[in-house]
Design a protein. Sequence first.
Length: 298
Amino acid sequence: MEPDRPPTAPTGVTAVASSATSVHVMWNQSTDDKGVRRYEVLLGGKKVKEVPGERHMVDITDLAPGTEQVFTVRALDTEGKKGPASKRVPVTTPEQGKEDTRPPTAPAELTAEAGGSRAATLTWKAAEDDDAVASYDVYQGGSKIHSVGGDATSAVLTGLRPGTSYRFTVKARDAAGNTSPASPEARLTTTGKGSPEAGAAPTELTATARRADEGHYIDLAWVAPKTGGEVTEYQIRLDGKQDTSLVWGGKAPEGKAKYTFFVGKEDGVEHRVKLRAKLPDGTWGGFSPERSVVTGDE
């Protein structure tokens, strides 16, 4: 029996000062013979953040303005074994400056060009600010998927899916944390074949009818899709119509997730339910298999 190997060190670590007091840290996923359970982000060698193994970016806040911060990232496997730390990545937060409540202008003339089946390059015209732009955040839909420094007017996105349509916007942030309006939208479709839904649907969905408080509820349980990032939002479809969007306000559950919702007071009503996840690249994955329940059968 081969000994358990620790995870590899994360590569491609970047740290971008998002404001005078925050830094956005990103990295490539580590590999491990048993799987990565979580990542630790270290500031000056001290752990300041822990994220699930599916994530590869995080915002570090409450930092001191105008100071150099040095970040590293390390992975832990399912047995708790720590891998080596990544290369040290220094970044300097901007000075706080005078009180500032005016946001930058929106970035202009955003364009997007596919770089094969899994990457894209965005370019834009710089935003303007009464002081200076500290960073640019890239959004796919309502999800922030990338950040670059305030002196950049382009970004390379990786980890996209083949044959998938995307809609991107960019927002600017100043050192005080003020955020601009979104840029005009840029659209592209990555090349190659492959279903956007393949391998991205929730699994093991169960739906159970339950009576409580003189009414009927449906209890759902499922396993989140493996997407290369944290899944924090789901769309639930009841009886062929969109019923609700479920957004985790805090830390999203790892592995199995649960949700309960009210469906009425009448007995003997059959309901059909399925759900899909919003993926880390900002697009929707495939729907889970549909389940049927009948109120009053519980």
